[in-house]
Write a protein that binds this ligand. Sequence first.
Ligand code: AMP
Length: 133
Amino acid sequence: MRISAPSKRRRSELPYDRNNIFAKILRGEIPCKKVYEDGHVLAFDDINPQAPTHILVIPKGEYVSADDFGERATPEEAQAMFRAVSKIARDVGAAAEGYRILANHGINAHQEVPHFHIHIFAGRKLGPMLARA
Ligand code: AMP
């Protein structure tokens, strides 16, 4: 299958909401416990951690979800996200023992915040990937 170049058109059903909580964090209107920042990416501790280490990595650009980011992000933005995730995991000492990354998209995945984010979980045995039905 051939993968086409990013389009400028947003395919996600939802328009980007500039009042979402992560947009407010990016604008400095709401505080966060910053872990990492570069020109394209901000990372901070999750407010309701599900593991001893639970970090959210977000692009600075306006992307609703994984679907939207995958479709429209520039190569520089896409590279920055994944470089940041692996650097952060290494820097917090999670790479040696293992960690999990996760991105929820849409209703079935229970995405709560409509600004694309990658969760990093570490610091304990994380169990199977999904709860067994
Ligand atoms: P998701 O269900 O993938 O959209 O996850 C959203 C995550 O954002 C949850 O794990 C929340 O605990 C987290 N969250 C919500 N508000 C904040 C905040 N102000 N600072 C840090 N994390 C937050």
